[in-house]
Design a protein around this ligand. Structure first.
Ligand code: GN1
Ligand code: MG
Length: 370
């Protein structure tokens, strides 16, 4: 096995060892293959395996985050079947990605308490981590809207909750309070100002609860970060929506909020120099309007449109609370490169929330096109 890592890092010996153990479940021969890390997800470990037989994505599922990985595989297969039917009827313009079964005809491979899976790799595609132009902003919003719109006649009761209460702010706050109760005094001191920030924004949480009670449930993706969309290298058009791990019943405001969170700021969630962060209102307008237009055939009410402003504030606030909780818990959920990275990410996302909050009036006008 050689590894020419696309992040210019080499796979460590433990990773190589684990991959070597799992590969025979997917390949007849493990000679002459390349394995590189793929993407920059914060939860699972993802690799691209290139061999003469075929190339595929190999992923180790983080079982601390997904205690029942079978749910991820079952949900993904059901969604894949639904989308494949729509593709056959020319009612879905993208590709849909399925699991590659292992030598025992299973979607998941369990070895030494690790859980692995293989997924089709779509050749000649790329992902983007930051919007480069208005066309991309439009494409990404249209793609995620089309994904959810195409799932509007999918029986959501078939889906399992891969992470219960994933985008439920009350549940995230109660996890935060549990973390506060057991955190060390030194961690509580370092995080002091961010901890206070959460309680200073109780009225926002009440607003979220109130609007949520009026919104219809849809089948949403719940991780609409821009890099969960594959673009075609030749046409530069969207090719496939990926990472269906958290595809569950939810609100449109969560998907649109995450899309805006990951596209509108001038810097990403790992930036520590917060004075550099600016909101690109032109990107906001393009994302929101393109999403609304692509979803319009499925009906989107005034309150659902209004909720898009709430979602724009909620997603950074909720993710900040999750990063802060993880810092207090000792970084057991999100991958980190240094000890205080989750604290920095929390500060970054709370700052983003503040910037959006200051611009609420203009955001509302841009949503309702007033
Ligand atoms: C995690 O690892 P990735 O990129 O798929 C997280 C999302 C966060 C995101 C922040 C299951 O997603 O909720 O928005 O990090 N996924 C889970 O970068 O918690
Ligand atoms: Mg994800």
């Amino acid at each position: 096995m050689t590894n020419k890592n696309n992040k210019n890092l080499t796979l460590c010996a433990t990773e190589q060892h684990a991959i070597t153990r799992v590969l025979p479940y997917y390949l007849n021969s493990t000679q002459n293959i390349n394995v590189n890390t793929l993407g920059n997800g914060l939860i699972n470990d993802t690799y691209l395996v290139e061999s003469i037989e075929h190339s595929f994505v190999l992923q180790r599922i983080n079982q601390h985050v997904f205690p029942t990985p079978q749910y991820i595989a079952q949900n993904a297969e059901l969604i894949h079947e639904h989308l494949a039917q729509k593709i056959a009827l020319s009612q879905y313009p993208f590709e849909s990605i399925g699991h590659i079964l292992n030598t025992q005809n299973k979607t998941l491979t369990f070895i030494n308490n690790e859980c692995w899976r293989a997924i089709d790799y779509i050749d000649n595609t790329y992902t983007v981590n930051a919007i480069e132009n208005a066309t991309q902003a439009k494409q990404v919003a249209q793609a995620f809207a089309t994904f959810t719109a195409t799932l509007s006649d999918f029986d959501a009761t078939q889906l399992k909750e891969t992470i219960p209460n994933f985008h439920n702010i009350e549940s995230r706050l109660s996890q935060f309070h549990q973390a506060l109760a057991q955190a060390s005094t030194s961690k509580l001191a370092t995080a002091d100002s961010l901890i206070s920030f959460v309680s200073e924004n109780k009225s926002f949480v009440s607003h979220v609860n109130e609007i949520s009670s009026k919104l219809p449930l849809r089948v949403t993706h719940n991780d609409t970060k821009i890099n969960n969309l594959l673009f075609c290298k030749k046409t530069h058009q969207p090719k496939a929506v990926i990472d269906l791990d958290t595809c569950m019943p939810g609100f449109l405001m969560n998907d649109v909020g995450d899309l805006i969170r990951s596209t509108c700021p001038s810097v990403d969630e790992n930036e520590t120099n917060l004075s550099q962060m600016e909101i690109r209102l032109d990107v906001f307008e393009t994302i929101v309007q393109s999403y609304i237009q692509s979803f319009e055939s499925k009906g989107i009410s005034v309150i659902e449109k209004e909720s898009l402003v709430t979602g724009t504030l909620l997603l950074p606030f909720m993710l900040a609370t999750r990063f802060l909780t993880d810092y207090l818990n000792g970084n057991v959920y999100f991958h980190t490169d240094y000890d205080t990275q989750n604290l920095d990410r929390a500060a970054n996302q709370f700052h983003l929330f503040t910037l959006f909050k200051e611009k609420q009036t203009i955001l509302r006008k841009l949503v309702h096109q007033e």
